[in-house]
Design a binder for this molecule. Structure first.
Ligand code: DHB
Ligand code: FE
Length: 312
């Protein structure tokens, strides 16, 4: 039997009381958001006739999610991270800002404080023996299309098992393995050596995976490499590249793949290339340039404090 009580004056007044909309104190913006979100939840319970048992199943899942520290893991899976990117794109369109290098989600696995290198860095410590060597290089360009010497390239990726250092359930990786900050050289160029990462999967048996399974979805990402690119006078670019050879390149549970960010890994087997990069044998090569955008009215209008909060 379905009942509808959402639109009654009693329930509407109750929602205002829940968020203390008509009372003193508190933070007005928080009150506004909580009022809206609770109203949307009440309406969904009413419209979909969500049963008490369904509701308490959801609460148990939220507790499990929080205990596992996975709110940041399910968020991209449910598309919120990508939706926020689409909104930032729309704001830029309104401002007339062109992003020659598209933004895409940060994901939950960045760690601040990686070693800083100039021009070139080796990201992996050689311990992932099944890793195929990789060289990635390119130029960071400023908003005028000129190379940006001194630009900062923060890069992080997972190993061939799909595990990131600092989040490796086997505890095998040293801190900051496959994480570096590279300062672009006089020509705005950066270059690094690492291994070709594999795809990533959400932790098996986790609350994140359980919800995706209930939706008939998988929790896999194609192989990818994350970046923050920054330079004086420019907005920080959050992006990643996705590797074209991965069968899931267009089936990413985190919805991060975008046109302009899919890269071929070109196999180099000739002696000249091997020597030029100081490699010991065949390796994969990715060439990719980053284009930054100028500050808007002197400020980065899209920066967020997620990193500051995570460090606190
Ligand atoms: C998730 C993991 C990633 O490596 C990533 O880039 C994005 C999302 C996740 O577990 O949600
Ligand atoms: Fe990732």
């Amino acid at each position: 039997m379905s009942v509808k009580i959402f639109d009654t004056p009693e329930v509407q007044q109750f929602l205002r009381a829940v968020a203390n909309l008509d009372g003193q104190g508190g933070d007005p913006r928080t009150k506004q958001i909580v009022h809206r979100l609770m109203s949307d939840l009440f309406k969904a319970i009413d419209d979909l006739d969500i049963t008490p048992d369904e509701y308490w199943t959801g609460i148990a899942w939220l507790n499990e999610l929080g205990t596992a520290g996975q709110a940041g893991l399910i968020s991209p899976g449910l598309g919120v991270d990508h939706f926020i990117d689409l909104r930032l794109d729309a704001v830029d369109e309104q401002l007339g800002v062109e992003n020659r290098t598209p933004r895409t989600i940060e994901g939950p696995l960045y760690v601040a404080g990686a070693p800083v290198e100039h021009g070139f860095a080796r990201l992996d410590d050689g311990s992932d023996e099944s890793g195929h060597p990789l060289v990635m290089q390119g130029t960071v360009y400023d908003a005028e299309g000129k190379p940006a010497p001194g630009a900062q390239v923060e890069v992080w990726h997972c190993d061939t098992r799909g595990f990131y250092s600092h989040f490796d359930p086997t505890g095998k990786q040293a801190p900051f393995n496959m994480r570096r900050t590279i300062i672009a050289d006089e020509q705005g160029r950066y270059r690094f050596r690492s291994i070709v990462p594999s795809g990533y999967g959400v932790p098996p048996g986790s609350p994140t995976e359980k919800l995706l399974t209930a939706l008939g979805r998988h929790g896999q990402r194609p192989a990818h490499i994350h970046f923050f690119i920054s330079a004086d006078g420019h907005r920080k670019l959050t992006t990643q590249i996705n590797l074209a050879h991965d069968p899931l390149v267009n089936d990413d549970f985190a919805h991060a793949t975008r046109d302009g960010l899919v890269c071929e890994v070109v196999e180099r087997t000739d002696e000249a290339s091997i020597k030029a990069h100081g490699m010991d044998g065949p390796f994969g090569e990715i060439n990719f340039d980053f284009h930054l955008t100028a500050l808007v009215d002197g400020v980065d209008n899209q920066i967020n404090e997620r990193r500051v909060r995570a460090a606190a």
